[in-house]
Design a protein around this ligand. Structure first.
Ligand SMILES: Nc1ncnc2c1ncn2[C@@H]1O[C@H](COP(=O)(O)OP(=O)(O)OP(=O)(O)O)[C@@H](O)[C@H]1O
Ligand SMILES: [Mg+2]
Length: 268
């Protein structure tokens, strides 16, 4: 069963789409995970453009307006990812019901290890759609102070909706003295920093050449690849822990001991 993880930010242009694409690719490339990447930008779709997928007649917009089933809008990409793109034409914004996203995704839950939702910026109807459909969320920010304020709002919203916040990914890090350090960002937002991605021109090159940056093993990609591999590793390790505790709990359930009893026993 897939873990559904949304990639969020308050501010636009901080690198959510780049992080979503490269994290999804890292999970597939280094950990052999089956990943579905969903473009939740219904008004300004980017994933298809960043990956060179222009011919996608069926999209998430059509799924959310009940025109087609979700599997009809999923495309295999040469990176090994499955992609559920959003529409480019504005006419496809009619009759969309964003709240249906999670129900629609349920049909393909079992086919994936991870479903990554790339969100629109902000907290409007479109921005909230990905958060509401996810079980867990990751925040992306640049290391600049005002972005921290936006993340506090993101955290409060996620908490209100009961969605687990996995932490913050600091992107476009240049290590200049005007930037917040990881510990300062963590202190201000009260959240863990689970990843840090350097500023690297190879990202923009990869967007222009329409391939995820982490697919290249070029020496100039070394620090980028290292960042995304380590982030993917954290998610996979957590997944292993989750499935271990699920197995542990179901073993005791079979002995007619409830999960609550197990938690009580393991507390001591
Ligand atoms: N680590 C990085 N180093 C250099 N450039 C980057 C990095 N991350 C992102 N960029 C560049 O920043 C720009 C914005 O990235 P991206 O589209 O991923 O942001 P976004 O948060 O998804 O934007 P939006 O809020 O509009 O959806 C892109 O041109 C991308 O090439
Ligand atoms: Mg984006």
């Amino acid at each position: 069963m897939a873990r559904i993880i949304s990639i969020l930010s308050g501010k636009g242009g901080v690198g959510k789409t780049v992080v979503a694409i490269n994290l999804a690719t890292a999970l597939h490339k280094w950990f052999d995970k089956k990943v579905l990447l969903v473009d939740c930008n219904l008004t300004t779709a980017h994933i298809g453009m960043y990956l060179g997928m222009y011919s996608t007649p069926a999209t998430l917009n059509h799924v959310l307006s009940d025109m087609i089933p979700v599997d009809n809008a999923i495309y295999s990409h040469e990176s090994g990812l499955d992609i559920l793109p959003a529409s480019l034409p504005l006419k496809d914004l009619k009759n969309i019901r964003p709240k249906k996203l999670r129900t629609k995704l349920k049909k393909v839950f079992k086919q994936y290890d991870f479903i990554i939702l790339d969100s629109a910026p902000g907290f409007g109807r479109e921005g909230l759609m990905a958060l509401e459909a996810s079980d867990e969320t990751l925040f992306v920010t640049t290391p600049i102070a005002h972005s921290a304020a936006d993340l506090i709002k993101c955290r409060e919203l996620a908490e209100k909706l009961g969605i687990e916040v996995l932490g913050i990914i600091m992107n476009m890090v240049k290590r200049r003295n005007y930037e917040l350090s990881e510990s300062q960002m963590s202190y201000l937002t009260d959240l863990e920093i689970i990843g840090s991605v350097p500023y690297n021109e190879r990202i923009t090159e990869s967007v222009v050449s329409k391939n995820p940056a982490v697919l290249s093993n070029n020496i100039f990609n070394y620090s980028l690849n290292k960042s995304f591999k380590s982030l993917a590793k954290k998610l996979v390790r957590e997944e292993a822990n989750q499935s271990f505790s699920n197995k542990f709990l179901s073993f005791f359930e079979n002995l007619l001991i409830t999960p609550k009893d197990v938690r009580e026993l393991t507390k001591k």
